[in-house]
Design a protein around this ligand. Structure first.
Ligand code: CMC
Length: 391
């Protein structure tokens, strides 16, 4: 009964009130708690942005130190979880491992599953932010056949993650400060993005009262798809497939062909009908990292040329298709040394803070209800059952 608005893809439905992130897609503006993403990416740190998203204000030095210490204290994983990893095949996709391991945390941290207590919700949030780098690094180590590396809590959040991923026993591992800063910036650029598909998934799962680990596992599953977080992996694969700038017109023609399902990965966005402000920072970061590491990657040239051609093409102009955050992130991540299969896992690591902040905001909202969309029924009208012998 009642009238429903049919809105496939929720293009014009606001599902909640939120004070976290503001996007003006026409102007290409993204603000977290009012602060422009370009300022946060240039001047802040991922720990500071995490505090801002969770608590609403930038921290004082004392607050930042306490927050960082709290996160640091939770970076270890229960040792039993190492056994859990060993149940996966070595060639398992890191996102498959992430979905499984994060879901399994609910079986290890029972105290954090009481969502009625704000303090427990905050502990669960800290645990998730703190353990994500350990979990992602272990997924990488497992696929590479290398021993797991335990967290070292005297390092920064990001340096610790890089060390857990790339260091091997009995060898010195030095973290290049340019790489550390680029990685931290990539985390900031992915930290939150209002009611995208995975965040909406986390909110919907959380609206039933499910525990936070189960909710974040649901978000990770949603993020995996190539139309969402999986686009960074797909974009780099596409750039490799194109290979040289002379082949770009062929791919542009395919993207424009109505009968060809091919899309330019890393291009277009549901909300941005202008340049994604994150892509601008990412392009600059890619140039810096390649220069510092002395990497000459033909894929970066293909990306820049592809962007140039697309931005001057009528089809892309008319449909307002611009590079999104995923277009250049793959170039940076592969220069740092990550295999493409890890790209979406890194997105999940960074987005965890957005997911938990949104989840906390939802649970604290007195107007919160279980999410329960309606439908337009298109099946048969009522009819009588016919026994199998008479069909
Ligand atoms: N290449 C070619 N044509 C495109 C593209 C593209 N990348 N994106 C959209 N279009 C066309 C599409 O064919 C449609 O044309 P028409 O109106 O003639 O049917 C029109 O533009 C509108 O597209 P849509 O699919 O209705 O738009 P949407 O808002 O539902 O989809 C999107 C947004 C991001 C899923 C889509 O642009 C896309 O598939 N992009 C490639 C994947 C990608 O880069 N995803 C990452 C998004 S940003 C990071 C994140 O959120 O995870």
């Amino acid at each position: 009964t009642g009238t429903f608005t049919y809105d496939p893809g929720f293009t014009s439905t606001a599902s909640c009130e939120s004070g976290l992130t503001y996007i003006d897609g026409d102007q290409g503006i993204l603000l977290h708690r009012g602060y422009p993403i370009s300022q946060l990416a240039e001047k802040s740190s991922f720990m500071e942005v995490s505090y801002l998203l969770l608590n609403g204000e930038l921290p004082t030095q004392d607050e930042l130190d306490t927050f960082t210490r709290t996160i640091t204290r939770h970076t270890m994983l229960h040792e039993q979880l190492a056994t859990f990893y060993r149940g996966f095949r070595r060639d398992a996709h890191p996102m498959a491992i992430m979905c499984g391991v994060i879901g399994a945390l609910s079986a290890f941290y029972h105290d954090s599953t009481d969502i009625s207590d704000p303090q427990q919700r905050m502990i669960a949030s800290h645990r998730l932010i703190a353990k994500m780098p350990t979990i992602a690094a272990m997924a990488y180590k497992y696929s590479a056949g290398q021993p797991f590396v335990y967290p070292r809590n005297d390092l920064s959040y990001t340096a610790n993650f890089l060390r857990m991923t790339f260091s091997v026993p009995a060898e010195e591992y030095e973290i290049d400060p340019v790489v550390e800063q680029a990685m931290d910036r990539i985390f900031i650029l992915h930290a939150d993005h209002e009611q995208n598909a995975s965040t909406s998934t986390v909110r919907l799962a959380g609206s039933s009262g499910a525990n936070p680990f189960a909710c974040i596992a649901a978000g990770i599953a949603c993020l995996w798809g190539p139309a969402h977080g999986g686009a960074n992996e797909a974009a780099l694969n596409m750039l490799h497939e194109i290979g040289t700038p002379d082949r770009i017109p062929e791919y542009i023609a395919r993207a424009k062909d109505k009968d060809d399902p091919f899309r330019l990965m890393g291009f277009g966005h549901r909300v941005y009908k202008n340049y994604d402000p994150r892509a601008k920072v990412m392009q600059k970061t890619a140039a810096e990292v390649l220069k510092k590491l002395g990497v000459t990657d033909p894929v970066f040239d293909v990306a820049r040329e592809l962007e140039h051609i697309a931005l001057n093409d009528e089809y892309f102009i008319e449909k307002k298709l611009y590079p999104n955050v995923d277009f250049y992130s793959g170039v940076v991540l592969s220069a740092i040394g990550f295999p493409t299969s890890m790209f979406t896992a890194l997105f999940a690591l960074a987005r965890t803070v957005g997911w938990v902040a949104q989840w906390n905001e939802m649970i604290s909202d007195p107007a919160q209800k279980i999410g329960r969309p309606r439908q337009l029924y298109t099946g048969p009208t009522q009819r009588d059952y016919v026994p199998v012998a008479k069909r």
